[in-house]
Unconditional design. Sequence first.
Length: 449
Amino acid sequence: MRGPLPAFLLALLLSACAQTATLQGEAAKSSEAAAVGNKAPAVTAAFPALEAEAVLSKGFQAIFDFSLDLIEPSSFALEGMRGLGAIDPNLVALLEKDRFQVRLGAETVFSAPLPSSQDARAWARLAIEGVIAARSKSDPLRGTEAEAVYQAIFDAALTRFDLHSRYAGAEETKRLKALREGQGVDGAVLPATVGMALSDQLAMIQIVGFNSRTAEAFETKLKEAQMLYGRQWKGLILDLRGNPGGLLDQAVRSADLLLGPGRIVATRGRHPQSSHNHDATDGEFAQGVPIVVLVDGRTASGGEILAAALQDRGRAVVVGTTTFGKGLVQTVIDLPNGGEIDLSWSRFHAPSGYALQGLGVLPNICTSSGTAGRGLSGLVSGEASLANAFAQWRTVGTGNLAARRTLRAQCPAEDGASEAEEVARRLLADRALFTKALAPTGAVAGLKP
């Protein structure tokens, strides 16, 4: 056994321990003070460079190939990189002496020679190299997840070149796909898009949008009305007020239910695959039954396709205000990160040939407030002028924006009013008045724009 330590050794050991404890405490205090006075750099996961390059490369190439108007990868990438300013306002992307540069304030953090303006992969690689270089200097960018970087790049470029196209990240894409398939998030079924009221041998059917079940539901309602009224069916009021559109095929199928063989709508774009003719087949419902379509300034896209087809083919009188004028076709580009780009790649053209985008559908009878010749009074006094208005509407060029705005001002777009329904009932109660309202638009079955 060992004996007790000598007194002087015990005193020396206790002194050393006290000094060590004091030094550790001071070090801790010093470290804590440094953390308070100077924020430590954010610790973030490594930036997924390979995935990011694949996402941008796929997006840049698809936009170059399919967009309605030509957008080269060089222009799209430059505008997209300028979007990093939304993350760090001190970041600027620019072209300087045939080089692509990223600057943080006055400091150039990245500089590289320009690749070919049409090389999507090279511009994607260049953009990601610029992002990685900027992350080494920019605290806000270094602390930003890759998904937010994609969002900033695509949002900035699409805002510059096409306000109607948009990027959605992986989580939002899941929700959008569920909606397109007619399901809510987590499989919850969406509310019905078609409703019907029956009275006085009239059927009033409202379509509030077009999902994967709309045409089938519309057909069911038409069959119910036809079985109930038979030859006593006096008329159909199709209410498309507030209908923002939805699935193209469902709008086309809905129009097909009320039309004989001939054009419903055509799409025309820059890419060969974007141009299609959608035609009606045999099997028309409600033959001989007069139809009035109600529209307003919120009727858009698929709602406008249905209204324009019935009007141009001489099948229905349209009542209300000029519609929204959303006549673009979007194609969905799937991206490697699970996100997508909803990209404009063609325009809708009515059977008579005019493009719906930026113009909309002109009603036979206008109910816009403050409009001269409003309601049925305009029909009685201005049949010739109405025919002239339709002639101009159908021939104005897609690029003549001023003329298109002037035409729309004849019957300004407004939210729907109850007056439109009253006008519809009066038209269906007077076949001569209905025929007079239908005459200025004519029938253009089989016309190929």
